[in-house]
Ligand binder design. Sequence first.
Ligand code: CP
Length: 334
Amino acid sequence: MRHFLSTEDWSRNELQSILDRARELRSSPMGDALKGKSVALMFFNPSLRTRSSFDIGVHQLGGHAIILDAQGQTWPVEFEEGAVMDGGPEEHVKEAARVLSRYADLIAIRCFPKFQDWEAEREDPLITAYAKHATVPVINMETIVHPCQELAMMLALQDRHGDVSGKDFLLTWVPHPKPLNTAVANSAVLMASKMGMNVRMLIPDEVYELDERYMDAAERFCGENNARFSVTTNVEEAYAGAHAVYAKSWGALPFYGAWEGEAPYRAKGAGFMIDDAKMALTDNATVSHCLPMRRNVKIADSVVDSPAFLGIEEAENRLHVQKAMMERLVQDSD
Ligand code: CP
């Protein structure tokens, strides 16, 4: 039995086979891979795309989805081993995960970090505990990485660019009024590097470097693929010759949980919104974002409304890649 927690655990060939199957499912959407099966979709955070695409995808494969609003509509769960449960939580993950496994054939979880203590949250404790105690595959619908978004992004890039090996991928930090999760940024560099792209990161200051786990993994994957990995604070250098631009905003990890100290560094990126002038420096690049996205803060209207923008295709692809991934997980666990 395999989980789908991070693409780090899946080989390039395995990921490519999921992408290839997603293309088939896009042409022929209905199937029976989940016939007679149930999928529990557990949300600790809001969602439009993830919730819709998983629910509809399960239906299209003949299965049944239950959506659990885990932020108030299910019992609070304790995760600490050996805890004396005399506080808020009414049940332990050991029971919750095993009971859900008796009902559902797959358990999918969205749980963003709490923005309090990165040293603890970088271990992804909630989904790790569910994966440890569940007896069915567990799927990551976004925690500290967003592997379903990665697949959707890569499907959109391959559709537009063909073989992406050796193409230049730019992940650019973009402005946002508040610090956000690093999950999509972590995932973007993981997937682009794994699939052989030259990966560049544009950040306002070195405090915006991602956790070393993802920086190191991206550098390693680039090395294995004879590709380049680099980080810059120079806008012109970053955009020069890029084939694919990916936009994301995130909070600086050194200020995690004490965000007021981040303000002067965030201000350094005030001019980082993607606009026509920056796009003119690229090699006719595409642009994408995981959505939701603040227009004219992260990306200018003129870019979002241009043929270069892949965000809608990427969002549609969530449906196809998740179906292919769920099909694979149930085949592997049958
Ligand atoms: N990109 C993404 O996961 O969208 P939602 O937050 O709407 O699910």
